[in-house]
Design a protein around this ligand. Structure first.
Ligand SMILES: [Zn+2]
Ligand SMILES: [Zn+2]
Length: 162
């Protein structure tokens, strides 16, 4: 993953949380996985990462939901804007829609495509980065699965379970 020498700013809809990254990574992508769909309340998450040391919150602090033991989802506690996805990889994947200029990072790949909604076609000329449980991803997918805190896609009498 190459580094891009570029400073970007962004933040939530209400402005309570603002961030600045002094360096970016060239991993701009759409994730169609079911967990990203829920996390952003939409049919895919558009994400691009900053290396953690390059990212600072310049106003406010994001609230965190740990969607599994291994992943933090950051959002604004006041207005609910989804701000990032962060695993233990040393980088923070920012939601492209929360950047001040969302057109800066066109996606180079689509991932989690097993959950792509049926009416949405693949982007032309964009790499299919594969399904969540594709080769090379099994261990990560399994680790997420056993600590998954996402509510199932049906009503439940009690939540959380156990
Ligand atoms: Zn906000
Ligand atoms: Zn995802």
């Amino acid at each position: 993953m190459d580094r891009i020498s570029k400073t970007v700013t962004g933040g939530c809809q209400c402005g309570a949380v603002r961030y600045r990254a002094t360096e970016m990574l060239d991993n701009s992508h759409l994730c169609h996985c079911r967990m990203c769909q829920k996390a952003v309340g939409n049919v895919f998450a558009a994400l691009v990462a900053a290396p953690n040391p390059a990212l600072t919150f310049t106003r406010g602090e994001p609230a965190i939901f740990r969607s599994s033991e291994h992943v933090e989802r950051g959002f604004c506690e006041r207005c609910g804007t989804p701000l990032f996805y962060r695993g233990n990889t040393g980088r923070t994947n920012l939601t492209i829609g929360s950047l001040d200029d969302p057109s800066d990072f066109p996606p180079i790949a689509e991932v989690g495509t097993e959950a792509r909604v049926s009416w949405l076609k693949p982007l032309p000329d964009v790499e299919d980065g594969g399904q969540t449980e594709s080769a090379g991803q099994e261990a990560w997918a399994a680790a997420i699965r056993v600590t998954n805190r996402q509510h199932p896609d049906h009503d439940t009498d009690e939540w959380p379970n156990g």
